[in-house]
Design a protein. Structure first.
Ligand code: FES
Ligand SMILES: [Fe+2]
Length: 353
């Protein structure tokens, strides 16, 4: 089960070109391509004729041509050409998905298009702001999206899983403050008078003691924005070295997820060596997460029924986010049941012969 009435990151802007590309989101195959005037388009990646993936075809003008028998679909998903005949069957159309392109990401709305509001796409401007330097990665995680959410909401794992990069004992030694506003859960941790994290200390040229902080904002169910950094002891956070980590989490299916990652910093912005060192170091961090979560996914699949997570105080954000997620799922299920079955079957006509 997935929350569908939301915007999910479907690709980096640079990945969507005139050549169709396929993404599976919440088990829905989607083809992405650009029109001649550079608009990103998302259509169901399944030809109405015989279900061949349109992503295997090519763009012609603003349309995409199926690579099997040439049915051609406009950017609205309606078939405009059937090469083998002059008439176009009425049912020859594919679903069109609402799209927003913002700050280098292509977001796709997977639910009821009537409810899609571009204003609901969260702020991610740091990725393109010239006052910030950004390192990006994208991954296929072999785990359900829920495990990534839990991972990002409970950063005490950094102390153990990321010992050599971003972790140390300060993290689990300090408690959290959890807040909820609408569908956003914030988990804040302040670590006063401690050293800078090992991976960033050199880039920040930070020696001595600082107030360290991180606050994960989870825009349930699609994006985590981690506001992190160090500042002088007792000084305001905004005066310090700041980091914004954007984590676009997009379910592929029940056991696989897309992870779109951007790490923006407001220090050493023009230092290319720092950017390269961070790119390499952060890839190590993400590799560690990927293999831990894959192992955890196997653990989940082999866990006997009736055995549940043992949550502790540090899981306060996890618990709150799960509650919001299940409320969103319930709301969508109820709306679906109220609308009745998607396809009404006509009663079969009695045989007369
Ligand atoms: S399957 Fe696409 S044209 Fe036949
Ligand atoms: Fe991690």
């Amino acid at each position: 089960m997935y929350v569908l009435n939301t915007w999910y990151v479907a690709a980096w802007s640079t990945e969507v070109t005139r050549k169709p590309v396929r993404r599976v989101i919440c088990e829905q195959p989607i083809v992405l391509f650009r029109t001649q005037d550079n608009q990103a388009i998302a259509l169901a990646d399944r030809c109405a004729h015989r279900a061949f993936p349109l992503s295997e075809g090519r763009t012609i003008g603003d349309s995409v041509e199926c690579g099997y028998h040439g049915f051609t679909y406009g950017p609205d998903g309606i078939c405009t050409k059937v090469p083998a005949q002059s008439s176009i069957p009425e049912r020859a159309k594919v679903r069109k998905y609402p799209v927003v392109e913002q700050d280098g990401w292509i977001w796709v709305w997977t639910g009821d298009p009537e409810l899609a509001d571009p204003a609901d796409v969260p702020d991610t401007h740091w990725m393109v702001d010239p006052e910030w330097a950004t390192v990006t990665h994208s991954y296929n995680f072999k785990c359900r999206a829920d495990l990534i959410h839990d991972n990002l909401l409970d950063l005490t794992h950094e102390s153990f899983l990321h010992k050599t990069t971003v972790g140390d004992d300060y993290i689990y030694e300090h408690g959290i403050t959890v807040e909820v506003e609408g569908n956003v859960v914030s988990v804040d941790r302040l670590m006063p008078s401690v050293e800078a994290p090992p991976l960033y200390a050199e880039t920040m040229d930070a020696r001595g003691l600082f107030d360290r902080f991180h606050c994960t904002e989870f825009f349930v169910p699609n994006l985590h924005v981690l506001h992190s950094g160090i500042t002088g002891e007792g000084k305001p956070r905004e005066d310090g070295y700041l980091i914004k980590v954007l984590n676009g989490i997009t379910p592929i299916d029940a056991h696989n997820s897309w992870y779109y990652y951007a790490f923006s910093r407001n220090f050493a912005v023009n230092n290319e060596q720092a950017t390269e060192d961070l790119r390499v170091g952060l890839a190590t961090v993400l590799d560690e997460d990927a293999s831990a979560l894959e192992a955890q996914e196997i653990g989940m699949q082999t866990r006997p029924e009736g055995e549940f997570d043992v949550l502790i105080a540090q899981d306060g954000g996890v618990a709150k986010a799960r509650r919001i997620l299940s409320a969103l799922l319930k709301k969508e299920q109820q709306a679906k049941s109220a609308a009745g079955p998607a396809v009404r079957r006509e009663p079969v006509a009695p045989r007369t012969a």
